[in-house]
Design a protein around this ligand. Sequence first.
Ligand code: ACO
Length: 438
Amino acid sequence: MPDTLTLTDNRTGLTYEVAIEDGAVRANALRQIKVDEADFGLMSYDPAFLNTASVRSAVTFIDGDVGILRYRGYPIEQLATESTYLETAFLLLFGELPTKDELARFEHEITFHTFVHENVKTLMTGFRYDAHPMGMFVSVVAALGTLYPEAAKVDDPDVRLAQVIRLIAKVPTIAAWSYRHNKGLPFVYPDNDLGFAENFLSMMFKMAEPKYEPDPALVRALEVLFILHADHEQNCSANAMRAIGSSKVDPYSALAGAAAALYGPLHGGANEAVLRMLAQIGDVKNVPEFVERVKSGEGRLMGFGHRVYKNYDPRAKIIKETADSVFEVTGRNPLLDIALELEKIALEDEYFVSRKLYPNVDFYSGLIYQALGLPTAMFPVLFAIPRTAGWLAQWLEGIVDPEQKIARPRQIYIGADERSYVPIEQRSAGVRDLVAAS
Ligand code: ACO
């Protein structure tokens, strides 16, 4: 059987043979299909890229039907158990697990780039006292680029690597400082004796004590959450990173754009919505009634369902186990019982089963963050810290991909045909009246 697709254009009766490669056809192959020479050629129309691959990528593999997530071929379950966030970041960025020496060097480089220019402090104190931490994060990451003008040389591999190290190292500092500013607390400088997650907690919570010493179980839980959130192939923010990066702008500007995409409630904000939902339910006994309301179309069960996973999100399984280790230290979050009951009922209910709605990564992550003392406004920022590794891995891959060009989708124009300019005295209805009437 040839790996081709035969298309017949019923407008002309002509047939075309199009190659099938890796289960896909090239959309550009449609351009040869024309009704006459003047015709532009056929396009594909795919709002939100529901069935369009925009890249060939070797970073992350997802099989949503069976619930598989792998970074560079390694199952997420193994990485969450065996690896650290920085080792996973190395894997995502460079394609292989590091040797002992490589890891030690990478950890050293990251640790010694955690400090930010003092101007960043001045910049951050300029935000209003109650500025949202994610708004600050997005702005400060973009501003960071102004401190490294050489970052514009994106075709130089050494320059690229230097920015990768800087970004991974400095995002926890920016994240923690956005929290401290929001709380009106003094900024805490990085502590080079501490590991990645530990240092972040120190910059968040250190007060007068000479050294901040978090419980190792809590540090590990945060590391696991960082590993689980490090990449998720071509999602909204990764797509933003690649699209902005395709103009060959510096990675700080591209990463600020990716972080802005993550800020949206449909992407990085769902775990906050889960906590609000659990608080609204209020008690385990109210769960059945809440589920009935969801089934009758009154809102959604937040933290359930996923565009890609039509099975249990593998990250949700790991997070559930991590939650147990956290609650052993912090005490049980009372909302956990409501979450467990909700999950139990939903997994047995025909409505959720038939629609393949399972808990996603956000169902339990908010509960852990809350138990760690991390406020809800920080949730998208906590997501952005580890996802920086994924965004950069996607960017590095895109920048050297000979097939990639500046991202520039086509459109199907549905507006007015050519018309002549109307002098202002001759216009009848105002645009606002027309909009109001439509
Ligand atoms: N609760 C109740 N019903 C749901 C839910 C839910 N959480 N999710 C989907 N459904 C139902 C829909 O009503 C629809 O039912 P219908 O066929 O009777 O109309 C069916 O399941 C399919 O839903 P779609 O909206 O087509 O699924 P889609 O793949 O577009 O949506 C999404 C995925 C946005 C994640 C959705 O499941 C949802 O809104 N979930 C809650 C929000 C959430 O948890 N988001 C986090 C995602 S993970 C992340 O971004 C990191």
